[in-house]
Design a binder for this molecule. Structure first.
Ligand code: SF4
Length: 173
């Protein structure tokens, strides 16, 4: 059962998006990122003391107004800097039959390693359906790619990856 009592630092919310994952999605841009990728589209999200703190219910109230949503996408900023509240939000989505995509500037391998000592990161990894991983690398930028900015990033089917024990991509291009 999800617990919406936590708060989260937000940069922005886009209530309806078709570019941050498959289907109609609400995108939650979290505040705070340490990757500082050259060419980042959202540098105002880097400052961990910036943004606005909100109750999770602030987000779920907006999502509930749109019956057409397929799911939520966590973007940023770096979602895995705030894994505990996002995990509850992901659970809330799944309780309603919606799916969860998350971007991260860390690779799945790095997140798994962090998860060995950070239980909230491990739990969030277990809740996510699709992970778009890795930093934005300007030299590998490709505007033709769906749902990612540079070729190094992977769109990973996390459910299949967990089941098969090897990384399964949702799409190659
Ligand atoms: S991980 Fe994303 S938000 Fe963070 S610096 Fe890189 S492109 Fe920008």
């Amino acid at each position: 059962m999800s617990d919406l009592s936590q708060t989260i630092k937000l940069a922005d919310i886009v209530p309806e998006s078709v570019v941050d994952g498959k289907g109609i999605r609400m995108t939650v841009f979290v505040q705070g990122c340490r990757h500082k990728c050259p060419g980042c589209q959202n540098p105002t999200t880097w400052d961990e003391s910036g943004g606005e703190e909100h109750a999770l219910k602030f987000i779920t109230d907006i999502a509930e107004r749109n019956p057409l949503l397929d799911g939520l996408t966590f973007s940023g900023g770096e979602p895995f800097l705030q894994p505990a509240p996002l995990c509850e939000l992901a659970k809330w989505c799944h309780e309603r039959g919606m799916n969860v995509w998350s971007y991260s500037g860390y690779t799945l391998e790095q997140l798994r390693e962090t998860g060995e000592t950070n239980p909230a990161v491990k739990r969030l990894l277990e809740e996510i359906d699709v992970l778009v991983d890795g930093p934005f690398i300007e030299a590998q930028k490709d505007l033709t790619l769906a749902f990612r900015g540079s070729r190094n990033q992977r769109v990973i089917d996390m459910k299949q990856t967990r089941e098969r024990g090897e990384i399964v991509l949702l799409m190659n291009e």
